[in-house]
Ligand binder design. Structure first.
Ligand SMILES: *Cc1c(COP(=O)(O)O)cnc(C)c1O
Length: 391
C-alpha cells in the first residue's frame, strides 16, 4: 500500500497502472474545510472505500489533519475501520434488518436511525448490555432514508422510552440535502427550514443533543447557515468540486487521486482503419494509434468515448469504444513512436485532465468516476507528487 522507497523496483506490477493517492492533498482539504466551518467539527465521509481512494489511509490522514469524526454508510465499513485501529467517533447510517447492530454498539459506532430500525437497535443494546448512541435521521425532502416529519413524534416517543430504560441515548439529529450542488434552486432553503423544525421537536421532547448535522460538501461550500455543530465532508475531502463549472481550486481544494498507466502499443495504420469493438471510429488518414491498457474493468466507463488521455503534456481523446481492459487514442502522424511506447498515460489527475472531465464524457459525475475505479488498479499512497512513470 505504501509508496516504494526510492530506487525500489519491486512493485513493478503496480507501475503498469495505478491510482496514486496524495495524502497531503487529503490533509490539506481537511484543513481548508475545518478552517471554513470552525467551530463546527468535520466528519470525514469515507464510505465506498473512501470514494475509491482507500478508506483506511484516507481516514487516518483526515484525522491527523483535524477531522473529528468518521462517517460510513454501512456498519460493516465502520467495523472494518475500528478493527484496523481507527478510534475516532464514527457514524453509520444505512442499515437493513441484517445489519450487525450488536457488533456496532460494542465497537462504539454511533447509529443513524430512521424509524423501523429503532427497536432492533434497542434489542441489540439490551443483548450487549451497552447503550446505543443514536442520531435520529429526518427526511426533510430527499425522499430516501430518515423519518418523515409525520412519523417523527412516534419516533421521539419510542426513543424517549428506550432512553429512559438506559438502552440508548439520542445524541444527534441529522438530515441529507437533495440539491445543494445547485445553489440557485429553492429546495435547500425548504429542507433547512424543515430541519430546524425537526430540531425543535427533538429538543422539545427533552433530548439533550450533542450535535445537529446536515451539510454535505456542496452545502459546506455554499451554505454557511447549514454547518451547525458538524459537517459531513465527502467529495471535498478528495479534492473534487460538487458544482458544475467550478473547479476545486476555487475552494482551495486539491484533487487527491491521479490515475495513470503506460502506453502498451503504438503502431502505424492506414486510412479507414476501424478502431475497437463495433468499429465506431475510422481513421481519417494514415496515423499512429496508441493502446492504453485500462478499460471498463478498471473503472473507465465504457461510454466515455472522447474522454482525454494525457501523454507528454498533450491530450488525446479516446477513439472508439472503451473495452474491458483497454482503449485506443489516435496520435496523428507527426510523432516519434519510440517516445510513446511505454510513456506515462495520465487518465486523470495531476499533469492531466480532471476526473470531472472524464465524468462529463461518461454523462456522469465526478463522485462516480473516482468511486468506481476498480480493485484491479493498485492504490499507491504518496505525500506530495510521486509516481512519474520511469522514476
Ligand atoms: C455520502 C454522504 C455524505 C457526503 O456527501 P458529499 O456530497 O460527498 O460531501 C454526507 N452525508 C450522507 C448521509 C451521505 O450519504
Amino acid at each position: 500500500m505504501n509508496a516504494p522507497e526510492a530506487g525500489d523496483t519491486a512493485p513493478y506490477i503496480g507501475w503498469e497502472r495505478r491510482a496514486v493517492i496524495d495524502l497531503s492533498a487529503i490533509r490539506s482539504n481537511v484543513k481548508q474545510v475545518a478552517d471554513l466551518v470552525a467551530p463546527a467539527k468535520v466528519m470525514a465521509v469515507v464510505k465506498a472505500d473512501g470514494y475509491g481512494h482507500g478508506a483506511l489511509p484516507v481516514a487516518t490522514a483526515a484525522l491527523e489533519a483535524g477531522a473529528r469524526w468518521i462517517g460510513c454508510a454501512h456498519v460493516a465499513e465502520a467495523l472494518a475501520l475500528r478493527e484496523a485501529g481507527i478510534e475516532a467517533p464514527m457514524l453509520a447510517w444505512l442499515h437493513t434488518n441484517d445489519t450487525p447492530f450488536e457488533k456496532a454498539i460494542s465497537a462504539g459506532i454511533d447509529l443513524g436511525v430512521s424509524g423501523w430500525d429503532l427497536e432492533l437497535i434497542a434489542a441489540a443494546a439490551q443483548a450487549v448490555q451497552t447503550p446505543a448512541r443514536i442520531h435520529l435521521k429526518v427526511d426533510t425532502g430527499l425522499g430516501r432514508n430518515g423519518s418523515t416529519m409525520a412519523d417523527l413524534p412516534s419516533l421521539l416517543e419510542r426513543s424517549a422510552k428506550f432512553q429512559s430504560e438506559g438502552l440508548l441515548r439520542v445524541v444527534g439529529v441529522f438530515s441529507h440535502l437533495a440539491v445543494a450542488d445547485e445553489p440557485e434552486r429553492p429546495e435547500t432553503d425548504l429542507q433547512l427550514e424543515v430541519f430546524d423544525q425537526a430540531i425543535e421537536m427533538v429538543e422539545a421532547a427533552g433530548f439533550n443533543l450533542e450535535m445537529r448535522h446536515v451539510a454535505n460538501t456542496p452545502a459546506i461550500l455554499s451554505r454557511p447557515d447549514s454547518h451547525h455543530e458538524m459537517v459531513r465532508l465527502g467529495l471535498g475531502l478528495y479534492g473534487l468540486s460538487p458544482f458544475e463549472g467550478e473547479t476545486p481550486a476555487t475552494y482551495g481544494l486539491r484533487p487527491a487521486m491521479k490515475l495513470v498507466t503506460k502506453v502498451a502499443n503504438v503502431k502505424k495504420v492506414n486510412t479507414g482503419q476501424g478502431v475497437s469493438y463495433g468499429l465506431r471510429y475510422l481513421t481519417a488518414k494514415e496515423t499512429y494509434l496508441a493502446l492504453i491498457p485500462m478499460g471498463y474493468a478498471d473503472g473507465l466507463p465504457r461510454v466515455a468515448t472522447g474522454a482525454p488521455v494525457t501523454i507528454h503534456g498533450k491530450t488525446y481523446p479516446v477513439r472508439g469504444t472503451i473495452a474491458m481492459d483497454q482503449c485506443v487514442i489516435d496520435l496523428g502522424l507527426d510523432i516519434d513512436p519510440e517516445q510513446f511506447l511505454g510513456a506515462e498515460a495520465i487518465i486523470f489527475g495531476e499533469g492531466g485532465e480532471s476526473a470531472t472531465t472524464w465524468a462529463h464524457a461518461a454523462n456522469t459525475i465526478n463522485y462516480e468516476m473516482v468511486t468506481r475505479i476498480s480493485p484491479r488498479v493498485p492504490r499507491y499512497y504518496v505525500e506530495g507528487t510521486w509516481g512519474q512513470a520511469g522514476d
